[in-house]
Write a protein of this length. Structure first.
Length: 275
């Protein structure tokens, strides 16, 4: 049954589909809920595997522990929704609005979040392995401890995001906006950050070994005690950056701007340590 425009009293699999509906533990697997009006609905533990929720209104809905594997949530309104511990593996959230949503410990492996809005979303310890976040808005998002290994974040907006201890190993961040982001102790080995904007970002004690930062903007960034072994910093702007105690062994600094940068105690590409 397809919900092409909500009607009062609509039922799917015996469940009434309406704003604020109590659908806790409901079996809605593969149900067609396109355009469904479920604002504030209780969907905790619901089975929505493979369900069609395109353009559905799920603002303020409780989807904690819900099963949404392979679900179609393209363009859905999930503002402030509770998706903590939800299973969203391979879900399609292209263009969905998840502003302020709680996704703590959610499983978003291989999910499509291209162009999605996740402003101020809570993604602490979420698993976003290989997720597609190209062009997504994650400004102000809490991604502490999140798994973003090999995730696609090209041109994503991560301004002011909290990425402390996040794992971005092999992530694709070409052109990403990371101004004022907190990346302390983040794992970013072999990450691609070409032309990324990391102005005033805090990257202290992170691991950027083998990362590609060619042409990146790192002005006034805190890179103290950061591992940059074999990193490509060619053409990068490091003016005013704090590189004290950083390990730049084997790094490529061709045409990099190091004007007014603090290199006290840094290990340079040739192995020498500056006083």
């Amino acid at each position: 049954m397809r919900l092409m425009g909500y009607r009062q009293g609509m039922e799917v699999n015996g469940y009434k589909i309406e704003p604020g509906a109590n659908l806790k533990g409901a079996n809605l697997r593969k149900a067609d809920l396109t355009f469904a009006k479920l604002r504030g609905a209780k969907l905790r533990d619901a089975d929505l595997m493979g369900a069609k929720l395109r353009d559905a209104d799920l603002m303020d809905a409780d989807l904690m522990d819900a099963k949404l594997m392979d679900a179609d949530l393209m363009g859905a309104n999930l503002v402030r929704a509770n998706l903590s511990r939800a299973m969203l593996k391979a879900a399609d959230l292209d263009g969905a609005d998840l502003s302020g949503a709680s996704l703590r410990l959610a499983k978003l492996l291989d999910a499509d979040l291209e162009g999605a809005t996740l402003r101020d979303a809570k993604l602490r310890d979420a698993n976003l392995w290989d997720a597609d976040l190209d062009g997504a808005d994650l400004s102000g998002a809490n991604l502490v401890g999140a798994n973003l290994q090999v995730a696609k974040l090209r041109d994503a907006n991560l301004m002011g995001a909290d990425l402390v201890r996040a794992d971005l190993t092999g992530a694709k961040l070409t052109g990403a906006k990371l101004r004022d982001a907190d990346l302390r102790e983040a794992e970013m080995m072999a990450a691609v950050l070409c032309r990324a904007n990391l102005e005033s970002a805090n990257v202290c004690r992170s691991n950027l070994s083998g990362a590609n930062l060619a042409g990146a903007n790192l002005t006034r960034a805190n890179l103290s005690d950061t591992f940059l072994r074999d990193a490509d910093l060619s053409g990068a702007d490091l003016s005013g950056a704090d590189l004290s105690g950083a390990d730049l062994s084997g790094a490529n600094l061709d045409c990099a701007n190091l004007q007014a940068a603090n290199l006290t105690g840094a290990r340079m590409p040739d192995g020498t340590i500056l006083d």
